[in-house]
Ligand binder design. Structure first.
Ligand SMILES: Cc1cc2nc3c(=O)[nH]c(=O)nc-3n(C[C@H](O)[C@H](O)[C@H](O)COP(=O)(O)OP(=O)(O)OC[C@H]3O[C@@H](n4cnc5c(N)ncnc54)[C@H](O)[C@@H]3O)c2cc1C
Ligand SMILES: *[C@@H]1O[C@H](CO)[C@@H](O)[C@H](O)[C@H]1NC(C)=O
Ligand SMILES: *[C@@H]1O[C@H](CO)[C@@H](O)[C@H](O)[C@H]1NC(C)=O
Length: 411
């Protein structure tokens, strides 16, 4: 089997390694990660909300496959215990109106384009079961169900990443960390034959013979491509969208409540701030929705600088919506974060084998023997789409027929 080097160990990289290692000798798979801390990127800081069918048509098949794989893996490896896999209900929350005031409905922005739940059917469900007990209700507010039973779930994405990478390493996948690829080399037919990896701790360089490379470096993917293929005149169409997040503990969400399922609350936003709140197994409530396209991508995820003013806004939201009453602050902050989603103009991920002519002066071995692939740009949905993307990428790289048709997710 041809050696494959995967650049980036976010959830897309480790998912692909997981599926690849089921169908080829694991020692022929290499993972390369420059961040001194693993999963310090979006994959370790995301909320972990999963949906079955909240996607645009070109992503629907991989979305459904992914949701199924999440459920299958959770079943097989005790995902509830290991990574907090749990069914979830999605609701839209609209604050009450004061006299004469017209407020946006909770789902307005969900339907507004580019959002997580764009185009969803909204239905009113009177059953209190849909309303999370940790949400503070106030007069005139409206809580509506926006998910069908069994079509949404919740995980802790950091723990799923840890499970997948540990499984890969236990199987024999080779992890280079902290390390980065600095150049690619070709044989006498000018076909890709090795990649040079620099261990950034020891400053030692190693040439790993390989004919296949997968770029799965999230928001850093276009930088990786530029470094390795400097003669290419193509720029990968992937940019970044920063998002702050906050994890809190509330006395109203603890182990005894978890059995009934998690909740996802989407609220109406102003000035582009549409708070999203998720309860997770382990007594955690995750708050995000504050995004900033102007924050520049740092050179490594560990170099992100959290903006205190953003965290303050998230804390204020948490206090308003989760506090027991107006002036009582009984929430404990467990974690704050800033991470960068990889985004594309189309709003859909790119899962593709890069055309040979786009690589500049280097070629790759023909047939199923070589190539350079890209799996990135999952935007707000990379956790949900992770396992399906990883499965399909593994199939493409190994030259097997893909489980679902992803031709529309090309460049
Ligand atoms: C606040 C927030 C909340 C979110 N909530 C959800 C959610 O609830 N559900 C959902 O489905 N999605 C969610 N997402 C989206 C999700 O987090 C991303 O789509 C997903 O994590 C992207 O995974 P990735 O592996 O492509 O990228 P990343 O997780 O960014 O991983 C890329 C990796 O590449 C590495 N890298 C950088 N440079 C190089 C290099 N030169 N060589 C090799 N590797 C390199 C990075 O260090 C990093 O480890 C959320 C995102 C944010 C920001
Ligand atoms: C849901 O109920 C609220 C309050 O009863 C109502 O204003 C709203 O129009 C309903 N939404 C739908 C989609 O039926
Ligand atoms: C995949 O979908 C594309 C268009 O979306 C279509 O042209 C192609 O024939 C499909 N491939 C297979 C194998 O079904």
């Amino acid at each position: 089997m041809n050696t494959t080097v995967i650049l980036g160990t976010g959830i897309i990289g480790v998912s692909t390694a997981y599926y690849l290692s089921q169908a080829q000798p694991p020692s022929s798979i290499h993972l390369v990660e420059p961040s001194p801390v693993l999963f310090a990127s979006a994959s370790g800081f995301a909320a972990g909300f999963l949906a079955k069918d909240w996607f645009s048509p070109s992503v629907a098949a991989v979305g459904a496959l992914s949701f199924e794989e999440h459920s299958r893996l959770a079943e097989e490896f005790d995902g509830r215990e290991k990574w907090g896999y749990m069914k979830s209900s999605g609701v839209s929350y609209t604050a009450g109106r004061r006299d004469g005031e017209t407020k946006a409905r909770g789902d307005d922005w969900l339907r507004g384009g580019g959002s997580r739940a764009d185009g969803l059917e909204v239905s009113n469900v009177s059953s209190e079961g849909y309303v999370p007990r940790w949400l503070r209700r106030s007069e005139g507010d409206v809580v509506e169900s926006i998910s069908e039973e069994g079509s949404t779930a919740q995980i802790n994405p950091l723990r799923l990443c840890q499970f997948l990478s540990k499984t890969c390493v236990d199987r024999g996948v080779q992890l280079h960390h902290p390390a980065k690829a600095i150049s690619v080399h070709s044989d006498n037919r000018n076909e890709l034959s090795s990649i040079r990896i620099l261990n950034t701790d020891t400053q030692t360089e190693t040439d790993v013979p390989c004919t296949k490379i997968l770029i799965a470096a999230g928001a850093w993917s276009s930088r990786v491509f530029e470094t390795l293929f400097p003669n290419s005149d193509m720029k990968l169409p992937i940019s970044s969208l920063a998002g702050h997040s906050l994890v809190v503990r509330s006395p109203r969400w603890s182990k005894e409540h978890e059995g009934k399922g998690c909740h996802a609350v989407f609220t109406a936003g102003e000035d582009g701030y549409s708070p999203e709140i998720f309860s997770r197994i382990g007594g955690e409530i995750y708050v995000a929705g504050l995004n900033d396209a102007s924050l520049a991508l740092p050179s490594l995820p560990t170099e992100s600088k959290i903006e205190e003013k953003s965290i303050k806004i998230l804390k204020e939201t948490a206090k308003q919506l989760l506090g027991e009453k107006e002036d009582l602050d009984d929430l404990e902050v467990l974690k704050t974060g800033l991470c960068f989603r990889p985004v594309t103009h189309k709003g859909t991920p790119i899962l593709v084998k890069l055309p040979e002519k786009s690589l500049g002066s280097i070629e790759t071995r023909g047939g199923d023997e070589g190539g350079v692939w890209l799996a990135a740009g999952h935007g707000p949905w990379g956790i949900s789409l992770s396992l399906g993307s990883g499965k399909v990428m593994a199939e493409m790289i190994q030259g097997r027929p893909p489980s679902v048709n992803v031709t529309e997710l090309g460049l």
